[in-house]
Design a protein around this ligand. Structure first.
Ligand SMILES: *Cc1c(COP(=O)(O)O)cnc(C)c1O
Length: 415
């Protein structure tokens, strides 16, 4: 659309009339909400059942059917989901869990809840997912689980992850916060792996319905598994460790009597949240298609520019496109990543960075003595990553504005 500079025959012309700046700030992320969420929430309010009850039950049933899992347990965040999954596989103090530093706070903090150690392995520069060639050498006698993150919505190499898990008797807890819906080898993330189906590896897949994620309940999460005992343990521990159907104790069929079998947590989802989730689930395909479309438009616009590196994975629907993770080829630009984001902001475009690797943060640096270069790929790729807005509420004009701004900045600062 707009080209600030035209380099032709070595001659540079700047077309200032093209420097159009959108009048309203384009948010980095926005949920796609309408009257259907309101109608579902109103139903919950009208019945008077506002916390864990029939809407949660329905949401669990529909979500499990969607991804092809036998069990789904709804909770109040993905953080809670991973906490419960690690508890259910029996994680203990001083155990180790293998994950990557290229993720959000939750992925490693849930390991610390148990006094266990998150053992980082670096990511693959191609796609920011765990580098499966490095997993096996990180396994020790204390390793209990592998916690891969499907970053941005592109599946990690689960065949490799589960193969290592099966060889060493480890559990797998997947951080699927970005990956609803993401396909891996023809099945949706959330459906059991071959190893789980055969009972060789215990596993749970944990989704997030935080406000910025691909579907939202404002705050919420889901644990999917085919392992009935694991699902039951998560369900019991999500509501104070109360033995059976704790939420039913206030229904007509319920009873006042209950037993506490373990000191559980308060991680249950409310029916108001589940009501939103039911409405979101019904439009997930439309929202996904729109994100695929936006990713395609970005990639067609940025593909010809040698200053930019496109995210891995063709926009063919295998990817949930929760994030569009663009990278700068810095030796071709006289602008840093932070300045690039500042330039986007001046053009009224919101952007973000995914992620500041965990080993650079004071807590992990000080607790484990990490240096930036301990995970060189994470460190290097983080410094050139920019996440662009990608959500179904974006209009074609919004998408054009992002493209125009990115192309304009590249042309202004290219070497
Ligand atoms: C958002 C996010 C989470 C946490 O999700 P909550 O539902 O907010 O707990 C975990 N992991 C990753 C990679 C995330 O981006």
């Amino acid at each position: 659309m707009m080209s600030l500079t035209n380099k032709r025959n070595g001659e540079e012309t700047i077309n200032h009339t093209d420097l159009m700046i959108r009048s309203a700030f384009l948010h980095f992320a926005l949920p796609d909400l309408d009257d259907t969420e309101l109608a579902e929430i109103k139903e919950a309010l009208d019945t008077g059942w506002i916390t864990t009850g029939p809407k949660v039950h329905q949401f669990e049933t529909d979500f499990a059917a969607f991804v092809g899992a036998r069990h789904a347990v709804a909770v109040n965040s993905a953080t809670a989901a991973m906490h419960l999954a690690l508890e259910a596989i029996g994680l203990q103090a001083d155990d180790e869990v293998i994950t990557t530093p290229y993720t959000f706070a939750s992925t490693a903090e849930v390991v610390r809840y148990f006094g266990a150690k998150p053992v980082f392995v670096d990511v693959d520069a191609a796609d920011f997912n765990i580098d499966c060639r490095l997993i096996e050498q990180a396994v020790t006698p204390r390793t209990r689980a592998i916690l891969p993150v499907h970053i941005g919505g592109l599946a990690a190499d689960l065949d490799a992850v589960y193969a290592v898990a099966a060889r060493h008797g480890l559990a797998v807890v997947e951080d699927a916060a970005h990956s609803f819906p993401t396909l891996y080898n023809g099945r949706l993330i959330g459906a059991p792996s071959r190893e789980q189906a055969r009972g060789e590896v215990r596993s749970a897949i944990c989704f997030s319905f935080y406000a910025t994620k691909t579907i939202t309940t404002a705050e919420g999460g889901m644990i999917c598994t085919d392992d009935e005992a694991l699902a039951e343990r998560c369900r019991v521990m999500s509501l104070h460790g109360i033995s059976k159907d704790a939420w039913k104790r206030y229904t007509a069929e319920g009873s006042w009597y209950y037993e506490i079998i373990a000191p559980g947590f308060k991680h249950n989802m409310s029916d108001i949240a589940a009501a939103m989730g039911l409405a979101q689930l019904r439009k997930v395909e439309r929202m996904r298609k729109r994100r695929v479309e936006i990713a395609g438009r970005y990639s067609r616009a940025f593909g010809p520019l040698p200053q930019l590196q496109l995210p891995a994975g063709a926009p063919d629907g295998r990817h949930s496109w929760h994030l569009y993770m663009l990278r700068l080829n810095q030796d071709t630009l006289s602008v840093t990543r932070s300045q690039f984001i500042e330039e986007l902001k001046q053009r009224n475009i919101g952007a973000s960075v995914h992620f500041i690797p965990l080993h650079l943060h004071p807590y992990y640096r000080e607790t484990y003595g990490y240096q930036p270069e301990d995970f060189p790929v994470s460190y290097r790729e983080y410094q050139r990553e920019i996440s662009l807005p990608i959500y179904s509420k974006m209009s074609d004009q919004d998408v054009d504005d992002v493209i125009g701004a990115v192309v304009g900045i590249v042309e202004q600062y290219r070497k």
